[in-house]
Design a protein around this ligand. Structure first.
Ligand code: KIV
Length: 263
């Protein structure tokens, strides 16, 4: 695979070439995903649930993210890697800079942070230090108690306006990519059209430039109730390699997520 960098992703946005992303946490899956053609991997703090067995992302530490980023980078040397800055690891500038440098040194190309307006000064400072930052708005799992659970955001006119404003503010502050989680497809369409940076959706409909899924959801091995926007690609594709290829193909063709998997 060619080495993927931020210019590759910007170019795809301009050309309207949709791309597939996935979470990964270890060497073996990262290698398999790169070989199957995945261009973007997120070392997500979802590892709090998928790897550590907690019921939220809150207990994840910077050390955890460093550890998994190192393993994933070894398996996927050419993929564009985004790593989460975990809960409360970026509330103050020096702390955000220190934790980001550890994660970038572990092999990430970009760090992802959850939230809106209150992060503007952090994004500006990280960008001043030439750090690529990805925003994450809509449903932000690090604020799960504040949001009273995992549910769709941006349903009212007021919330929709707030999410649109946050997207514009974050882009203006310097983010180079944005994740939209669990918002109505029509809202993510508007945001994707308005922003000049790549927008990646999860539970946000098919209009975004890219899609991301948690690998365990894609392979149908997530415990508990199936979330509406997740799809088991393994069930009809025989092998993990083929499941990943089917996912990439469905995203590139705009077939996934269709209405059944959107809000
Ligand atoms: O941690 C994670 O896996 C994420 C994705 C759900 C986007 O943030």
């Amino acid at each position: 695979m060619e080495y993927i960098n931020i210019s590759t992703l910007q170019h795809w946005k301009k050309k309207k070439n949709k791309f597939a992303a996935i979470t990964a946490y270890d060497f073996s899956f990262a290698r398999l995903f790169e070989n199957a053609g995945i261009p973007v991997i997120l070392i997500g703090d979802s590892l709090g649930m998928t790897i550590q067995g907690h019921n939220s992302t809150i207990p994840v530490t910077v050390k955890n993210i460093e550890y998994h980023t190192r393993a994933v980078r070894k398996g996927a040397p050419n993929v564009f890697l985004i790593s989460d800055l975990p809960f409360m690891s970026y509330y103050e500038i020096n702390q955000a800079l220190k934790n980001t440098s550890k994660i970038i040194q572990s092999g990430a190309n970009m760090v992802k942070i959850e939230g809106g307006k209150h992060l503007i000064h952090i994004i500006k400072e990280l960008s001043n230090h030439s750090i690529l930052v990805c925003g994450h708005i809509g449903l932000t799992p690090q604020h799960i108690d504040f949001l009273s659970g995992y549910k769709i955001q941006g349903k009212t006119e007021k919330d929709e306006k707030k999410i649109m404003e946050e997207a514009l503010l974050l882009e203006d502050a310097g983010i180079k990519m944005l994740v939209l989680e669990c918002i109505p497809a029509q809202l993510s369409k508007k945001i994707t059209e308005k922003l000049s940076i790549p927008v990646v959706g999860i539970g946000a409909g098919h209009h975004t430039d890219g899609q991301i899924l948690v690998m365990q959801d894609l392979l149908g091995i997530t415990e508990g109730k199936k979330l509406r926007f997740t799809k088991n690609f393994l069930i009809n594709n025989g092998s993990i390699q083929n499941a990943i290829k089917a996912y990439i193909n469905s995203v590139q063709k705009g077939i996934f997520p269709n209405k059944k998997y959107s809000f």
